[in-house]
Design a protein around this ligand. Sequence first.
Ligand SMILES: *Cc1c(COP(=O)(O)O)cnc(C)c1O
Length: 492
Amino acid sequence: MEFVSTRNRRETATAAEAVLRGLAPDGGLYCPAALTPLPEDLSALLALPFEALAGKLLHALLPSFSLEETLALSRKAYSSRFETAEVTPTAEVGEDTVVELFRGPTGAFKDVALSLLPHLLTAAKAACGQKEDILILTATSGDTGKAALAGFQDVPGTGILVFYPHGGVSPIQRLQMVTQPGQNVRVCAVRGNFDDAQSGVKKAFASLSGSAALRERNLALSSANSINLGRLAPQTVYYFKAYADMLRRGRIARGEQVDFVVPTGNFGDILAGYFARLLGLPVGRLVCASNQNNVLTEFLRTGIYDRNRPFYRTSSPSMDILISSNLERLLFLLSGDDELVARLMGELNKAGRYQVPERLLGQLHALFWAESCTDRQTERTIGQVYADHGYLCDPHTAVAFYAAEKYKAACPDHRPLAILSTASPYKFPAAVLRGLGQQSSGDEFADMAALEARTGIAAPAFLKALQRAPLRHEDVIDLEDMERYILEEARI
Ligand SMILES: *Cc1c(COP(=O)(O)O)cnc(C)c1O
């Protein structure tokens, strides 16, 4: 399969090149030229355990790598880092199925892709004969940073630099990052929000890629953000896994469609659901759930994307995003029109706004449904889900539960629902406690203990241990200084 830039089909790459580069040279994102249903028998595929399923799907999506290679990569990523061999177990909550994506080493769904990415990049480097070491630049809204740091820690031939918005992540998310050990890792706060940090990283890419400064240091840049195709491919796996679980439990019949509800920020997770659909999984609608930063809700309803709006810091910080990068891939796949995508992205850059043609809006409406909620509604939902089902969810997942209820009420023809749960509730103990109607003590660790006492659900040991972990990364810089910081701090 060939990969092309969303902004110019003539800008092509193999899967290995696309993973290695992260971003296409013209600023577009690498995307499969076309995605078609898998030749394999779906029932046989769905019967596979997670590791083998991942190996098969990765080979289908990234055919630079042989099946033997992708199976080995999958084994390295998933054999010991997750709570269960299932990697992404599912739970029945009332009439819905919850897909628990947070059972990995850092308690967020990003672990599924970022446990694999370092191995994938190393394999891509070998496949392309690249001699330089790899420097990963990453902007994070809270969870990617830690998951990437944990994934790349001390991986030979790689270094990683993570930028997060100063004051824009939860206290636990921050502690997870600034306590990160490893010779090859750096973490830095940037004065600005996530969009600022993400555009700073994209700028640094543009000006540093292939520069003399990097050549002297024997470095090539890549990205661990979901602009990297290597992030999206592993995320298709849990859609298949969730479907297989629902089938096994008799929640659906063979071939029946499932609607997936996805708490969304940069549009990577939900796009992987669309990939799964194109690969032949019976995916019905994809419900895009947002917090008060509802730029996607408005877009999916009206076809107008407008980032000129206030930016809110919410209790679901990993979705505090106004420029949703992966939407570009969806527009490309739906329209097949690279010129249109290039024009729309140009308008977004210049005016912060674009409108898609009527035909494209029709396609979006057929596939997606969208809803957003406030922090108050999020907290109320946490309490409601716990009261009704004894299920404890984090604020991001609560946003999805809220959207699921609205969707079911609005669309009586909905199919059985799978709700993606993206973080451990213990990453956001204060907000979750408030959701259960209790005051936060102001201390995250006391709140964790209070939540454990209230619910009997144990907090992950790696989060409790943060209380005593030494702080290693306390730099705070201005946006303008990101490039200088990269050159000074890059270490492999
Ligand atoms: C990153 C993240 C999201 C949003 O995922 P996207 O792929 O950026 O849309 C949702 N919930 C949590 C907990 C996250 O960390």
